[in-house]
Design a protein around this ligand. Structure first.
Ligand SMILES: *Cc1c(COP(=O)(O)O)cnc(C)c1O
Length: 426
């Protein structure tokens, strides 16, 4: 199985070659040349993430160095549960909890898969990542104790929660965290520039771990596919997945699962006040504005980096609009969803998951969509300063998160320009 560039002007590459690259040579993103025709009879809703994952990913890694290791990589990477849980409202609304990993957000899935894959490939180097909140922590956690790897993280100062910041800055010398006086888009641009600078890239042996990395995207297909079978087993229906969306990685992974014929009816993109995708679906024009800070900070993105993959998957705008819907959710609506969460659904939502809940409620009023899987992307304990006053209660901290929070923080302040970054890297 080869991967091609969304822009169509780069040579095709194997999955393992893509793991080591970020962008294709023509500046596009790698996508599968075609999607494997899977024998869905080989998949069951009762399979573990590792079993399901090995079966699903094998065709992508055929005839690569990782082919015979995919099973053990999946076993090592997916060391936490990803349950589909009920809500109070009834039979056909479920929550896919992606937040039971080390850093309490879904980014652990991709980061751990990438880390174990690179280690199997005998790689070493500096994993470089821009984070809007959760990616950095997951990448740091996945690579921190791996011999031969260092991690460089850029994050927007004062735009992430204190607990998220702790997860970026408390790993010791192998993880360098840069606190950038700017937005996530600034951080992402600096990382892209660094990766494109071939001398610098060579000097530091940069490895990209942003959500454009195939090594993060492919494993995310697994839980959407598996959840869709679990949903069908319980409800006899195809699932509509409501995905809190920023850089569009998780939602594209859901659409890839649909493309591989798993029973997914539609994907609803829940976005915050950053309206680029919403406006695109309204007007057909992709216009990037400045990113706005919201309560769902890991989604504070105005130029979703996986947009090219979405456009590539759906060359026809009308088909896109049939399979995919977008809602934009204001902070006040996030707060309202969190406030009523326990009473209405029996769940405490994080601000990101709350955008999915608010989107469900909007969909209910416009299309009478009531059956769905709410994709819960982070644990509410990461955002306790937002969540606790709204629910009038404390949120218990998961043990792994508590462990990270005990470490001491070190970060380096940086202006949002590439020259300062280059100097700081040394
Ligand atoms: C990263 C993140 C998102 C957005 O996911 P994308 O793949 O960037 O669209 C949503 N919620 C949480 C908690 C996240 O960490």
């Amino acid at each position: 199985m080869k991967f091609v560039s969304t822009r169509g002007h780069a040579v095709s590459q194997s999955a393992t070659e893509c793991l080591l690259k970020s962008l294709a040579e023509d500046g596009g993103l790698y996508v599968p040349e075609h999607f494997p025709k899977l024998d869905l009879a080989r998949f069951s809703p009762d399979m573990s993430m590792a079993e399901f994952g090995a079966e699903l990913l094998l065709p992508f890694f055929k005839e690569t160095e990782l082919e015979s290791h995919i099973r053990s990589i999946c076993e090592a990477a997916f060391n936490f549960s990803i349950p589909l849980v009920e809500t109070k409202v009834g039979r056909n609304l479920f929550v896919l909890e992606l937040f039971h990993g080390a850093t309490a957000a879904f980014k652990d899935v991709g980061a751990r898969f990438l880390s174990h894959s690179l280690a199997h490939l005998g790689q070493s180097g500096t994993v470089i990542v821009a984070t809007s909140g959760d990616t950095g922590g997951a990448v740091a956690s996945a690579f921190a104790n791996r011999p031969g790897f260092r991690v460089v993280i850029l994050y927007p100062r004062d735009k992430i929660s204190k607990r998220q910041e702790k997860q970026l800055t408390s790993w010791g010398p192998s993880v360098r965290a840069f606190s950038v006086n700017g937005t996530f888009d600034d951080c992402q641009r600096m990382v892209k520039t660094a990766l494109a600078d071939s001398a610098l890239s060579k000097q530091h042996k940069f490895i990209s771990a942003n959500s454009i990395s195939i090594g993060r995207l492919l494993p995310q297909v697994i839980y959407h596919a598996r959840a869709s079978l679990q949903y069908r087993a319980r409800t006899k229906k195809s699932a509509t997945l409501i995905v809190p969306t920023g850089n569009l990685g998780n939602a594209v992974a859901a659409l890839w699962a649909k493309k591989m014929l798993f029973p997914i009816d539609r994907v609803i993109l829940a976005t915050n006040a950053n309206r680029t995708l919403y406006d695109y679906f309204e007007s057909g024009r992709f216009e990037v504005r400045t990113a706005r800070s919201t309560l769902a900070n890991a989604m504070d993105v105005s130029a979703p980096s996986n947009f090219e993959r979405l456009a590539h998957l759906y060359p026809d705008f009308e088909t896109l609009k049939k399979d995919v819907m977008v809602f934009t959710v204001l902070d006040s609506e996030i707060e309202a969803a969190i406030s009523s969460g326990v009473q209405t659904y029996g769940h405490v939502w994080c601000p990101h998951t709350a955008t999915a809940v608010a989107s469900l409620e909007k969909a209910q009023s416009t299309t009478h969509q009531i059956d769905a899987v709410l994709v819960a992307t982070a644990h509410p304990a990461k955002f306790e300063t937002v969540v606790e006053p709204l629910i009038g209660n404390t949120v218990q901290v998961p043990p792994l998160l508590a462990e990270t929070l005990r470490g001491s923080s070190v970060s380096v302040d940086l202006e949002p320009d590439f020259t300062s970054f280059k100097r700081a890297l040394g």
